[in-house]
Ligand binder design. Structure first.
Ligand code: NAG
Ligand code: NAG
Ligand code: NAG
Ligand code: NAG
Length: 475
């Protein structure tokens, strides 16, 4: 019988040594920690957040380089990134105000963009009665701003304002976060005629179009035939009846103002019509396109965009159905859309990308995005003073409770029979129990609370409305 082994095999010795070392190190760290104040510890954590964001910039730069068709990105500090067009890009848009051509470099705030767009996934972008009730001076000031021809800047007579708005004012949000899986947002660019995305667009759960975009056999192979939402600006709202002809279920979202003439028209329509609970978008891309993306993100998991002139080097400003018109800051907008794609907000589809076969793998994973989001949140939220501000309600500035479980449906007593007998209010009546699993989970996580933006793009400015106390829980 051999003598029992007295020592470990040679090859295991370094392992043992290493593990002893690690244990000692952990012990040493523990002792050091005991002497660190909570403030110091938070500083250390903050340093980890900086590291997370810095490595996230690496992901972004790679994504822009791979997907940006010549765009490149470089980082200035932990939150700022510059997207740069290739040398020699034809910047043919002359800015009359500043007497110069558009620059070829644009600076964006990554931290803020991450926080802002992630917030859109949890808020509603439809104006409701509960919002006007909850918002400080919601009726007196905000409602008045949404009514044209009111004759005054304030709603001194609330019943008068209510009369103007009631046709388009649901009690609660008719659409909820995560309600749809994949949504297509279709812009109006002449680009669309260069591809045949029709079937691909129609394969989405929901298609969002804008303004007077025609949907018919003539353009079907380029833009599809499915019609679910349409965001309309004021000028187009004048012509609503023509625009929604033959599509009684298409939901109209009016971007700006309601007024007497629109109301007269809406009373004759079978379509659901609501007002956008809009914010003034000051950074990045402008126009109806960005509003459509905000709307989409507030209801859909995945947002695919088509028909936005996003390819660098594109020198026309065209529409697929009419003659060109003048555009605004196209280069800045395109760079911003590319950033949004690399932040996992949208997926861009365009003629050039179609040829190159889009590669989504370079877009940071949901997990990476969430880690960067968390780090950005801490860096932005003065974490040394508010270490505990976490969760979906951390940005709630105004809290309120809804008045009734089911408020009144939108509508007015003098609607036409067409509207009265249509299904225009079916979304308002929809029960959470009949929505997809993801929407239900989110609803549960937020305990039925609806979130709205208060003003502009400020991050800490949500209006948060808890559901009415149910009769059961009050008993
Ligand atoms: C830039 O675009 C303008 C307007 O389309 C055109 O007139 C000009 O020739 C272009 N320049 C170059 C260098 O491509
Ligand atoms: C307020 O508006 C309603 C509806 O337009 C009207 O009937 C009422 O007379 C107005 N009240 C006052 C005090 O002007
Ligand atoms: C959005 O809601 C989810 C719950 O569905 C929550 O986990 C997440 O923190 C919220 N995001 C933001 C930015 O509030
Ligand atoms: C309303 O919806 C119901 C059920 O989906 C349907 O049977 C009915 O025909 C619709 N009515 C109109 C006017 O579209």
């Amino acid at each position: 019988m051999r003598a029992p082994k007295r020592s470990l095999p040679i090859c295991l010795r370094p392992v043992l040594l290493a593990s002893t070392f690690v244990t000692l190190l952990a012990l040493a760290l523990f002792v050091i920690q005991l002497q660190l104040s909570p403030r110091d510890l938070r500083r250390l954590a903050l340093r980890a957040d900086y590291a997370t964001i810095r490595s996230f910039h690496g992901h972004l730069q790679q994504c822009v380089a791979t997907n940006g068709l010549g765009l490149s990105a470089y980082s200035i500090n932990e939150c700022e990134i510059v997207l740069k067009y290739p040398e020699g890009t034809n910047s043919s848009w002359f800015n009359q105000q500043f007497k110069m051509y558009e620059p070829l470099e644009y600076r964006f705030d990554v931290c803020e963009s991450l926080l802002l767009w992630e917030q859109y996934r949890n808020v509603t972008t439809i104006l409701t009665r509960e919002y006007l009730d909850a918002r400080p001076d919601g009726w007196l000031e905000y409602a008045a701003q949404r009514i044209s021809q009111l004759g005054s800047k304030k709603c001194y007579n609330m019943s008068k304002c209510e009369e103007e708005l009631q046709l388009v004012l649901p009690a609660k949000p008719p659409f909820l976060p995560r309600q749809f899986a994949a949504c297509a947002v279709v812009g109006n660019s002449g680009d669309l005629l260069k591809t045949e995305f029709g079937q691909e667009i129609d394969a989405h759960d929901v298609v969002i179009r804008d303004n007077e975009a025609p949907v018919n056999a003539k353009y079907a192979k380029h833009v599809g035939l499915k019609r679910d939402f349409r965001i309309v600006a004021r000028g187009v709202a004048r012509n609503m009846k023509e625009v929604v002809k033959g599509a009684a279920d298409e939901i109209l979202i009016i971007k700006s103002l309601i007024h007497r003439d629109f109301n007269t028209m809406i009373k004759e329509l079978p379509n659901p019509v609501y007002l956008f609970q809009g914010v003034v978008f000051r950074r990045g891309a402008k126009g109806t396109g960005v509003k459509s993306i905000e709307l989409a993100l507030s209801m859909c998991d995945q947002v695919d965009i088509y028909g936005f002139t996003v390819d660098p080097g594109y020198t026309e400003w065209t529409r697929y159905f009419s003659t060109p018109r003048k555009g605004h800051n196209p280069l800045q907008g395109r760079a911003y859309y590319q950033l949004l794609e690399c932040l996992g907000v949208i997926r861009i589809h365009s003629p050039l990308r179609e040829e190159r076969k889009q590669n989504w793998e370079v877009v940071p994973s949901r997990q990476t995005l969430m880690r960067a989001h968390e780090a950005a949140r801490k860096l932005r939220r003065e974490p040394l003073d508010h270490p505990d501000s976490v969760g979906p309600f951390s940005a709630c500035k105004v809290w309120a409770r809804a008045k009734a479980e089911r408020g009144p449906l939108s509508g007015s007593p003098d609607m036409s029979h067409v509207r009265k007998n249509s299904n225009y209010s079916r979304w308002e009546k929809m029960d959470i129990k009949h929505m997809r699993k993801e929407a239900q989970q989110h609803y549960k996580a937020l305990k039925g609370t609806s979130l709205y933006k208060l003003d502009g793009n400020k991050l800490d400015d949500l209006v948060c409305i808890k559901p009415a106390r149910s009769r059961m829980s009050e008993a």
